[in-house]
Ligand binder design. Sequence first.
Ligand code: AMP
Ligand code: GLY
Length: 409
Amino acid sequence: MPILVLGGGAREHALCWKLAQSPRCAALYCAPGNPGIAAVAACIAIDPADPAAVVAFAAENAIGLVIIGPEGPLVAGVADALRAAGIPVVGPSAAAAQLEASKGFTKDLARAHGIPTAGYRRFDSSADAHHYVAVHPLPVVVKADGLAGGKGVTVAESNEEGLAALAEIKGPVVVEECMTGPEASLFVLTDGDTVQVWPTARDHKRLRDSDTGPNTGGMGAISPSPQLTDALLERAMREIVHPTLKAMRDAGTPFNGILYAGLMLTPKGPMLVEYNVRLGDPEAQALLMRLDSDLVELMLACATGTLKDVTPVWSSDAAITIVMAANGYPAAPVTGTVIEGLAAAEALGVTVFHAGTMISPDGRLLAAGGRVLSVTALGHDISEARALAYAAMRKIRWHGGHYRRDIGR
Ligand code: AMP
Ligand code: GLY
C-alpha cells in the first residue's frame, strides 16, 4: 500500500524509517520531507498544510494511509479533507485539534470537567492581561494561546519578566499559576473508540543543561519516563485523558489519532500542563525505536477504526534521543554550517534522524534549521542507551551546533 507522511522533521524521519520496514509499505512518500527522509521515502514538494493539495496528491497516487506528523496541517483541516475524500488518515479533525491550537480551549475544557490543571485566566490580548500579570503571585506562567512551536511559554520568576514575556505575545493570552514537579509525556493512540496507551517518555524542553535557559521544542527525550509509574499512569488516564476524550466525544468532535498529554507530577498528583494532538518531537524518535511490531498495521487500524484488533509489542529496552541544535536556537539559529561524521556515528549502533538539514549543491550536508539532528539509541537501561548516544555524538563533526550533556541523567 502506498503511504504518505506529512511533515519534515526528525519525528517524521523516525515515522518514515519505521514505516519503511513494514512489508505492507509498497511506496512511501513524505511532504516535504528532508535529506534524511529521502533515504527511505520519496520527498514531494507539496504544502502539507494545504488540504486540497494533499487530497489531490493522495488520490493521484492511490495513497491508502496518511500519517500527519505536525500540528499545522491538523489545525488547517487536512485530516478532515482526507476523511471527506475517503482516505484513511491518522490525525484529528481541526475541531479536535483545538486541544493543541488553543490553550484557553483546553483550560476551559479541563475546568468544566474537573480535570486537574493549574489555575488560570484567559485574556483576549496582552494589554488586557497587563495588570493581572503585574500583581500575580510568583512564579507566574505566561502563554500565547495559539500555536508557538513549543516556544510561547514563559515561567517568570518576577512580574517584570512576566510583563516582558507578555509584550512579545500577539493575540490571546493565558496566564497560569505555576505547578512544580517532574514532567512526563503520556501518549495514547485512539480511533475514537479503543484507547491504546503507548510507552511513557520524558522530554527536556529547556535549552541548556540542568533545565536552564529558554523553553525550546525539545532538546532530548528518554523512554520510559523514570517518574511516571504504572500507578501514576493509571491515575492520569482516569483523571485526565479519559475525561478529555469523553468530553470531546460528547461535544460531537471525537478525537482520532495520537493524543499527547504533557503532565506535571505534582505533590497533589498528575496535572495537565498541555495537550498536543500528535506525537512529540523528540519523544517520537525514542518511542518508535522501541516499537517491535509493524507500524503500518497499527496506524492503519487506527485510521480504519479497528484498533481493538491490534496490540503492539514494545521493546523492554530503554531509548534516548539527543537533539543537536544550531547555535542561536531557539531565537535565531545560524544555518548553512557543514556537518560531517554521521556515518561514523551510526557505525556505533545509533540511528541519526534528520530535522533541519539540507544538501548543498556540492553534496555536503548543511544545517538548515533550529533543531538539526536527533541521535537516538537503545540500551538495556537509560544509562546504557545514554552512553552509546553520547559516544556517537562525539563522532559528529559540526562546529555550528550544540547539544545538552545531561539528557537522561
Ligand atoms: P507548554 O507548551 O504549555 O507545554 O509549556 C512548555 C513548558 O513550560 C512545560 O513543559 C513546562 O515546563 C512549563 N510550564 C507550562 N505551564 C506551566 C505551569 N502552569 N507551571 C509550571 N510550568 C509550566
Ligand atoms: N516535545 C514537545 C513537543 O513535541 O511539543
